[in-house]
Design a protein. Structure first.
Lengths: 604, 726
C-alpha cells in the first residue's frame, strides 16, 4: 500500500463529506450498493493484494476545480507527471487557458484538466480492445496499456484530452486517479500539490471546505452532456463576454443568449481569411491510413456488391461481372481490400495486437466496424475461393460467403459511419458522413467495376455495363453532393467547432476545397455525358478517363479534408504546451529535436 | 467493475522504488522550501517531495522543486576541469591540480603586473553560506582583491541598499507568517504566482482564513494583479512617485502614526520637504494612477491595523530601485508598520542563498553584516582570520555591474566567475561579449560547462550542484535551512568549498589562514562571528536546523528558536537606534518610448524557468511550458504592425535586436511588451540596464524598443533555434 508519512499534511487527506444518494444525472453515487459481489476486492495495484480502508471506497469520486483561483503554476501537472514518471511529451493533466477583456480589465481563466472518470465513459465504450474499465472502486475509469493496441480512438471521443496516445510507446495511457493514494485516504498527487486553492478532489457532488458552487460548466470546458464527467467547478467572478483561446485553434467562447453558458465560435480577429491550397498538409496528415482504408473498403464493397447483383439478382447489364470480368474484379478487389486493411493495421501503435480489435463488440463501433469489414472480407475471399470449384458443397459455400459478405458490408459500412458520429468531433457528427460513405461506395465501386469491365472486355462489349454503372456513379456522386451542400450549410451556422472547421475548409484549405467541389460537379457532368452519349460515342474513352480522374481527385481530396478539418471539442491549450500549432512549428524548425521541448520530433 | 473487463490485470502505477529520503533545502529561489530527495536502491536520486513538517512550504513544492532530483544528471554537467590558452582554442581536459595551479599562477601574475584589484571575482546567490564565507575569506583575506561582488547586484542589491539606508542595516524584518496577521497587503512589482509560488500559497492560505485587501502595483495584468482587490497598472519605472504620493496623502490626511515617527525615526524635516512635492495630482501625471485611486490606496493602507508591503524586481530592477525600497520603508515607518505582526517591509528575495551572500560573503564588506568602512569591523575580522588588518581596503570596491565596464576599459585583466552566467544575464549582450574578449584570463566555476559564459573561459572548474554538497541557505524571511549531502558530486566535479580551500592553499597567505575542510567547521566560524549581532547564528547547529526545518536569525546561543521579526522594539541599526525617513526626489532618467522606439520593454521571470535556464532549460517536464522565448504583446498594437499571434517579430533597441515569438494578449498595455528574461541572446540584446546610483543594480525592466514583423519567418525561426543551446 501507498505509504502515508507520519507528518502527512492535513490538506492531503480526503474529507469524509456526506454525499447525496444520486448525482445530478440520476446516477447512484454509491456504486457498489446494488452489487455486493464487487465489495472488498483488491485493486491489485502493482500486484499488492491489499484492500484499502477508505470509507468511501465505492463512491464515485471526482475533481473539483475552483476556476477563480487557478494561477497556472503547473504544480498539479508536474506533481502528476513526476508521480507517474511521464516523459516530457505527454501529460495526464494539463493546464490551458482562455482570456478576455481589454487591458487593464483583462481576465485570464486557467483550466487544469485531467480525466473526469465520467459516468458515461465514452473512451471505455469506444475502445475496441476493452483496455478500459470503470471500477466500482472510486468510480475510476482506468486504462490498461498492456491491452491497448494504440488505435487512438479513445483520444478522438474524449472531450477532455484525457487519454494520451504515446506515439513512442505505441499505446495509450492516462490518469489513474492516483487510486493508490485513494486507497489510503489521500487525495491524488495533483490535488495535493495545488498552490492556489484551485484543484481539489473528493466524492462527486460534494463541495469542498470554503467553496460554495457545484457548477458543471466554465468557459472552455466542453458541454458535460457528452459523457457526464465527474468534475465540478466554482467560478464566481464575472468574466468578459468573450474568452479566447491562445493555442492555434481560432476558437473563442461567447456567452450565449441565455447567459448560462459559453459556446464556441470562430475567433474572427485571429482567423486568417486567405485562401490557400495547403496540399502538403492535406495529403500528409496523420490520418492517411484512414483515408486509404475507408476509400478502398468502400470501393471494394461497392464493386463486389455490384458483382453479387449480377449473380443473384440477375441484372443483365452487369452480366460481364460474373463472366469475363469476374476474376480480374475479384483479384483487384482482394488486393485493394488487403491494402486497405494493411494500412489500417499498420497505423496501430501495436499492429501485432490487431486481433484485439474485436474485444468490445458490446459497446464499441470500432469493434463492430472491424467485425463487419472482416466479415465482408471473409465473404469476399470465400466467394472467390469456392467459385474455383464446381460441386454442390462449393456452391453452397459460395452462396453462404456471398450472404456473409453482404451482411459484413452492411454492418461494416454502418459502423464505419457510426464510429465517426462522435459528439466531441462536431465536424464529423453529421449524417453527411453516411452520405459520403454511401456515395463513395457507389461512385468508386461503380468506377472500379466499369474500369475492370472495359479492360477485360473492351468498350463495345461493355456498353450495357457502362450505361448502368454511369447511373450508379451519378447517384453516388449526387448523394455525396447533397450531403456536402447540407453539411456546409449546417456547419457554417453551427455554434460549435464545426463552424471553424468549415471556415478553415474555405480558407486555409480553400483552394483544395474548391478543386474538390469543381471536380465533383464536373464529374457529375462528365458521367452524365457518358450516359447520354453512350459507350459507342467516339469521345467515350477520353470522357471515361476524365471522369475517372475527376472522381478520384474529388474522392481523395474530399476524404483528406474530412480528416484534416475536424476540430475536436476539447480543452483549450496554453501558448506552447498543448498547442498543436506550436508542436507543428517545433517539428518543422527542429526545436522538437531537443527532447526538453516536449514535442515528439515526428509522430510517425 | 462497472463496465469493462471481468478479468482484470493488476493496476500498474509507476513506482520509483525510493528506499531513503534525505533532507535538503530547495536550490532555486529564496522561498527556502524544505525538500526531501528520494534515493532508490542504487542510490540514485529519483524523486523529490516537500517536507510536510516544514513551516515554510508545509509539504508543498512548485514545479521546479518537484523535478529538482533531475538536476544531478542533466546534460551539460562538467565532468573534469578544462583548460586552454586562448578562448578561441578548443578546451582540453585536465586534472584539478593543473587547473588550480594555472589559475593561481594567473591570479598572482595579473596582481603582480597590474595591481591586486586587477583580478576580479564575480560570485553568485546559488552556493552555500559556508562556501560564500570561505570565498570571502579567500577573496578579502588571501587574494586581496577589492573588486569582488556577486550577481546579487542584478537582483537584491537595491533591497540591501534600501534597508541599509532606512534601517542602518540589511536584513528583511518580516516573515511569511505576517500574511496571517496583516490587514492590508501591498505588493509592488512582485508577481508571486510566477516567481514565488509557495509564498503565494502561504498568502492564499491566509486569505482563505481571513480576507484582507490586496493591492498590486504592476504594469502588467499578472495573475497576482488579477487576484488583487485593487490593481494599479503603473507606468514603468515611476513607482517612486506613487510611493511618495501615498506618503503625501497619509501625512496630509493625518493618518500617520505620529508616535511611532516621533519615537523611532529621524530625518523627517527633509523627508517632508520632498513629500510635499508629490500631491496625488502631480504624481498621477507621472505614474499614470489617478488621484482618487492613490488616495484610496493610501487610506486603506494607513487605516489598516497592520499593513505590509512586499516587493521584488519590479522595484529593485529600476534606476531608483534603492529609493523605491526606501520609499516602501518610509511608508511603513510613517504608519508604524515595522516589526509588528502583519506590519513589515518584506523584500521577496530572488536566489536560494542571496541572503547568505548578503550576510556572509564579504562581497560588499566583511562577514556578518560588517563593513570595510568601519575600523572596528576590519580589526575583528583580521584578528579572527589571522591576517593584517591593513590588508583590507577601507572602502568597498566595484559592484558587479561596474566590474564589467572596468574590464572593458582595461583596469581589470582577470576574472573568476562562480555560478553565474553574465553572458545571458547582463544587459547588452553584445557589449558583454566584447568585454569578455578583453580579459587576459577567465576562470569559470559552474556545475554546467555549457553555461554561455564558459565560451570565454581559459579554465573551467566543474562544481558540484545543490545537494551534492552540504551547507546552509538563508531564505527571504531570514530562515537558515540545511542542505544535507544527498549524493556525491557528478563525475570529477567538486564542491565549491573544496575548490576555494584548494585555491587558498596555493597562496602563501592562504597557508597561514585557517580554512576548515568541512562545512560544519565553517559553520562554527559563522556562529562565533555572529554572536551578539543582529544576525546571531550562535544558537544554531546543523541538527537543530534540520529538526526545526530551518531557524530564523537571530537565534542566540541557548535560545531554542529564532525570532520571527526584526525591530520589534523599534530599535534600528543606526547608532542612534532610529530609522531614517529618506527624502526621495524622483528623477525620471529612464529610456522612455519615443517616436523611433515606441514601446516599453518589460522583462521578468516565468514560473517554469530559473535565471539563465542552465538547469530548467534541460528538465523537459518543466522546460516544455516555455521552451523558446516569446513576447507578450497587445493585439491592438500588433494589428497596426501586421503581426499575428504565433509569428516571429524582430525587436530593435538602441543596443541591438532580438527575435521572439509573439503571444498576443491584453495582459499588456498597447505600448508595452513583456519578454521573459531567461533566454540567451534574447531580451538582454535589447535591455539598457541603467544603473541605480546607490545599489548599482541595472534597470532591466525599462527601456524602449521598436517592433516589426520578422520579414522572413523561416530565417527568424532558425535564428531563434540556433540560439537555443538548451
Amino acid at each position: 500500500m501507498y505509504k502515508i508519512r507520519d507528518d502527512e499534511p492535513k490538506y492531503a487527506f480526503l474529507p469524509d463529506t456526506a454525499a447525496p444518494e444520486r448525482n445530478r444525472y440520476g446516477e447512484k453515487i454509491d456504486l457498489a450498493a446494488q452489487d455486493n459481489a464487487l465489495l472488498g476486492e483488491s485493486l491489485n495495484i502493482n500486484n499488492d493484494a491489499g484492500v484499502g480502508e477508505n470509507p468511501n471506497r465505492y463512491k464515485q469520486h471526482g475533481f473539483y476545480f475552483n476556476a477563480d483561483n487557478c494561477i497556472s503554476c503547473h504544480a498539479c501537472e508536474s506533481a502528476c507527471s513526476e508521480k507517474n514518471d511521464l516523459p516530457p511529451y505527454l501529460a495526464y493533466r494539463s493546464v490551458g487557458y482562455v482570456e478576455g477583456g481589454t487591458f487593464p480589465n483583462y481576465t485570464r481563466l486557467n483550466i487544469s484538466m485531467a480525466c473526469n472518470h465520467c459516468d458515461d465513459p465514452v473512451c471505455l465504450k469506444g475502445c475496441p480492445t476493452r483496455a478500459y474499465t470503470k471500477y466500482a472502486e472510486y468510480g475510476a475509469v482506468l486504462q490498461d496499456p498492456d491491452i491497448c493496441f494504440g488505435c487512438g480512438y479513445c483520444t478522438w471521443v474524449c472531450p477532455y484530452n484525457a487519454p494520451q496516445l504515446d506515439t513512442e510507446k505505441g499505446h495509450v495511457h492516462k490518469c489513474n486517479m492516483c487510486v493508490d493514494r485513494l486507497e489510503v485516504g489521500l487525495k491524488p498527487a495533483c490535488a495535493s500539490a495545488c498552490l492556489a486553492g484551485a484543484l481539489d478532489f473528493g466524492v462527486t457532488e460534494t463541495t469542498p471546505e470554503n467553496r460554495e458552487q457545484l457548477k458543471t460548466q466554465i468557459p472552455g470546458f466542453p458541454t458535460p452532456e457528452i459523457s457526464h464527467p465527474n468534475i465540478r467547478f466554482q467560478q464566481t467572478k464575472t468574466l468578459p463576454k468573450e474568452m479566447s483561446r491562445t493555442d492555434s485553434i481560432d476558437v473563442k467562447y461567447r456567452l450565449n443568449d441565455n447567459k448560462d453558458a459559453y459556446v464556441p465560435v470562430i475567433n474572427e480577429n485571429r482567423a486568417n481569411t486567405k485562401k490557400s491550397w495547403n496540399l502538403k498538409k492535406l495529403l500528409s496528415s496523420h490520418e492517411n491510413a484512414h483515408i486509404a482504408f475507408t476509400l478502398s473498403a468502400q470501393t471494394v464493397m461497392g464493386a463486389f456488391l455490384l458483382l453479387l447483383c449480377s449473380q443473384y439478382l440477375g441484372v443483365e447489364a452487369l452480366s460481364v461481372l460474373t463472366t469475363t470480368a469476374k476474376w480480374p474484379l475479384l483479384i483487384v478487389t482482394f488486393i485493394l481490400m488487403s491494402f486497405g486493411l494493411l494500412k489500417l493495421n499498420l497505423h496501430l501503435g501495436r499492429p501485432h495486437r490487431f486481433y484485439r480489435g474485436f474485444n468490445n463488440l458490446r459497446y464499441s463501433p470500432v469493434s463492430r466496424e472491424i467485425a463487419g469489414v472482416s466479415m465482408f472480407f471473409a465473404g469476399l475471399s470465400g466467394y472467390g475461393f469456392f467459385s474455383l470449384f464446381e460441386n454442390s458443397f462449393a456452391t453452397f459455400m459460395m452462396n453462404a460467403s456471398a450472404v456473409v459478405a453482404v451482411l459484413g458490408s452492411v454492418i461494416g459500412t454502418y459502423y464505419m459511419y457510426k464510429l465517426y458520429r462522435i459528439p466531441a468531433r462536431p465536424y464529423w457528427d453529421h449524417w453527411q458522413t453516411a452520405s459520403s460513405f454511401i456515395g463513395t461506395t457507389l461512385s468508386l465501386g461503380g468506377i472500379l467495376v466499369v474500369t475492370v469491365g472495359v479492360i477485360s472486355n473492351g468498350v463495345s462489349a461493355s456498353a450495357a455495363l457502362i450505361e448502368i454503372t454511369s447511373l450508379i456513379v451519378i447517384a453516388g456522386l449526387a448523394i455525396e453532393l447533397i450531403g456536402l451542400v447540407t453539411h456546409a450549410r449546417d456547419m457554417k451556422s453551427a455554434q460549435h467547432e464545426g463552424a471553424l472547421s468549415h471556415f478553415e475548409q474555405t480558407t486555409k484549405y480553400g483552394k483544395s476545397y474548391w478543386l474538390r467541389n469543381i471536380a465533383l460537379l464536373a464529374s457529375i457532368s462528365v458521367v452524365s455525358a457518358i450516359y447520354l452519349l453512350g459507350a459507342t460515342h467516339e469521345a467515350f474513352l477520353a470522357l471515361g478517363v476524365l471522369s475517372l480522374a475527376l472522381i478520384m481527385t474529388a474522392a481523395l481530396i474530399g476524404r483528406a479534408l474530412f480528416y484534416v478539418l475536424v476540430i475536436p471539442t476539447t480543452m483549450p491549450g496554453a501558448f506552447f504546451w498543448r498547442n498543436k500549432g506550436f508542436e507543428e512549428h517545433a517539428r518543422e524548425t527542429g526545436l522538437a529535436d531537443m527532447p526538453q521541448t516536449g514535442v515528439v520530433p515526428d509522430s510517425h | 467493475m462497472l463496465f469493462g473487463r471481468k478479468q482484470k490485470n493488476p493496476i500498474k502505477i509507476a513506482d520509483k522504488g525510493v528506499v531513503d529520503w534525505k533532507y535538503t533545502t530547495c536550490g532555486y529561489c529564496s522561498t527556502g522550501c524544505s525538500i526531501e530527495v528520494g534515493l532508490d536502491e542504487k542510490g540514485e536520486a529519483v524523486a523529490t517531495r516537500g517536507v510536510a513538517s516544514a513551516d515554510v512550504n508545509r509539504g508543498k513544492l512548485c514545479l521546479k522543486g518537484i523535478y529538482e532530483h533531475e538536476l544531478f544528471k542533466l546534460e551539460g554537467r562538467g565532468e573534469t576541469p578544462l583548460i586552454r590558452d586562448k578562448f578561441y582554442e578548443p578546451f582540453q581536459k585536465t586534472d584539478w591540480d593543473t587547473a588550480l595551479d594555472k589559475t593561481a599562477d594567473e591570479i598572482k601574475r595579473i596582481q603582480t603586473t597590474y595591481g591586486r584589484d586587477a583580478f576580479a571575482i564575480v560570485s553568485t546567490g546559488q552556493i552555500m553560506t559556508e562556501e560564500f564565507y570561505t570565498l570571502g575569506k579567500l577573496a578579502r583575506g588571501v587574494i586581496g582583491t577589492n573588486n569582488y561582488d556577486g550577481n546579487t547586484t542584478l537582483c537584491m542589491s537595491s533591497a540591501v541598499s534600501g534597508y541599509k539606508r532606512s534601517f542602518g542595516s540589511d536584513g528583511p524584518p518580516g516573515c511569511y507568517e505576517d500574511f496571517e496577521h496583516t490587514e492590508c497587503l501591498l505588493a509592488i512589482g512582485s508577481n508571486l504566482p510566477e516567481q514565488h509560488p509557495i509564498i503565494f500559497w502561504r498568502l492564499k492560505q491566509a486569505l482563505e482564513k481571513r480576507k484582507f485587501p490586496v493591492i498590486v502595483v504592476d504594469p502588467r495584468v499578472t495573475m497576482m494583479a488579477q487576484m488583487a482587490d485593487i490593481h494599479l497598472p503603473v507606468t514603468p519605472g515611476t513607482d517612486l512617485a506613487l510611493l511618495n504620493s501615498l506618503a503625501y496623502v497619509i501625512l496630509e490626511e493625518g493618518l500617520a502614526d505620529k508616535e511611532y515617527i516621533e519615537a523611532h525615526t529621524n530625518n523627517d524635516e527633509e523627508f517632508y520637504k520632498v513629500i510635499e512635492q508629490y500631491d496625488p495630482v502631480t504624481a498621477s501625471k507621472i505614474c499614470g494612477i489617478d488621484e482618487d485611486t492613490i488616495r484610496n490606496v493610501a487610506r486603506t493602507y494607513a487605516k489598516a491595523g497592520a499593513a505590509m508591503t512586499i516587493w521584488t524586481m519590479g522595484i529593485n530592477q529600476s534606476t531608483h530601485g534603492s529609493d523605491g525600497v526606501c520609499g516602501i520603508n518610509n511608508l511603513n515607518l510613517i504608519t508604524g508598520n515595522i516589526g509588528k505582526p502583519g506590519g513589515t517591509s518584506l523584500s521577496i528575495t530572488g536566489q536560494c542563498n542571496a541572503m547568505g551572500t548578503r550576510e556572509w560573503s564579504s562581497c560588499s564588506g566583511l562577514p556578518g553584516y560588517r563593513t570595510l568602512e568601519k575600523e572596528e569591523d576590519r580589526e575583528t575580522i583580521a584578528n579572527f582570520w589571522g591576517v593584517d588588518k591593513e590588508f583590507f581596503p577601507k572602502k568597498r570596491g566595484l559592484f558587479q555591474t561596474d566590474i564589467f565596464p572596468a574590464i572593458e576599459t582595461g583596469q581589470i585583466k582577470g576574472l573568476w566567475i562562480i555560478a553565474t552566467n553574465p553572458m545571458t544575464s547582463m544587459s547588452n549582450t553584445d557589449r558583454i561579449r566584447k568585454t569578455f574578449e578583453k580579459l587576459d584570463f577567465l576562470v569559470v566555476q559552474d556545475a554546467y560547462q555549457d553555461c554561455e559564459s564558459n565560451q570565454y573561459a581559459n579554465v573551467y572548474f566543474p562544481a558540484g550542484v545543490w545537494a551534492e554538497k552540504e551547507g546552509c541557505f538563508t531564505n527571504t524571511e531570514r530562515r537558515v535551512n540545511l542542505i544535507r549531502n544527498v549524493i556525491k558530486p557528478y563525475a570529477d566535479s567538486k564542491p565549491d568549498l573544496w575548490i576555494f580551500n584548494q585555491m587558498a592553499k596555493r597562496f602563501e597567505q592562504g597557508q597561514k589562514v585557517k580554512f576548515p575542510e568541512t562545512s560544519s567547521g565553517v559553520f562554527d566560524e559563522l556562529r562565533e562571528l555572529s554572536k551578539g549581532r543582529m544576525l546571531d547564528y550562535s544558537g544554531m547547529t546543523y541538527d537543530k536546523i534540520e529538526a526545526q526545518r530551518g531557524i530564523q536569525w537571530p537565534c542566540k546561543d541557548g535560545d531554542e528558536k529564532g525570532l520571527q521579526r526584526l525591530y520589534t522594539d523599534g530599535k534600528f541599526q543606526y547608532p542612534d537606534g532610529k530609522a531614517k525617513l529618506m527624502p526621495l526626489p524622483f528623477i525620471d532618467n529612464n529610456e522612455r518610448p519615443d517616436d523611433e522606439y515606441p514601446f516599453w520593454m518589460n522583462s521578468g521571470r516565468v514560473v517554469e524557468h530559473f535565471h539563465t535556464r542552465t538547469r530548467t532549460g534541460k528538465v523537459g517536464n518543466i522546460n516544455k511550458f516555455s521552451p523558446t522565448p516569446y513576447m507578450e504583446m497587445n493585439p491592438d498594437a500588433a494589428k497596426a504592425l501586421g503581426i499575428a499571434h504565433g509569428q516571429y517579430a524582430r525587436l530593435t533597441s538602441r543596443r541591438g535586436d532580438a527575435v521572439v515569438m509573439v503571444q498576443l494578449t491584453q495582459r499588456v498595455s498597447p505600448n508595452m511588451v513583456f519578454i521573459p528574461f531567461h533566454f540567451h541572446d534574447c531580451v538582454n540584446r535589447l535591455s539598457l540596464g541603467l544603473l541605480d546610483p546607490h545599489s548599482r543594480q541595472p534597470a532591466f525592466k525599462q527601456c524602449a524598443v521598436k517592433i516589426e514583423l520578422a520579414n522572413d519567418q523561416q530565417s527568424a525561426a532558425l535564428r531563434n533555434k540556433e540560439a537555443r543551446g538548451f
